[in-house]
Design a binder for this molecule. Structure first.
Ligand SMILES: [Zn+2]
Length: 67
């Protein structure tokens, strides 16, 4: 899925893509930042961060994404 995510986010805002795949943030931070469960690996505590203004994501659990 990570390759698809990389490819698709070039065409579509990352957050929109994730929401189309039923990802919902557990909490919302300042400046368009969202935190939720990682779609790329199984986890129970949210460690997947999305920055919608920069169109970036990073998972602290599996290390996918850009810092
Ligand atoms: Zn992950």
């Amino acid at each position: 899925m990570e390759e698809d995510l990389e490819r698709l986010k070039q065409r579509l805002p990352l957050l929109e893509y994730l929401q189309q795949h039923h990802w919902t943030p557990c909490r919302t931070g300042p400046r368009q930042e969202f935190v939720g469960l990682c779609p790329l690996h199984p986890e129970t505590r949210p460690s997947f961060y999305v920055n919608a203004s920069k169109n970036l994501f990073y998972c602290h659990g599996c290390g996918q994404g850009a810092t």
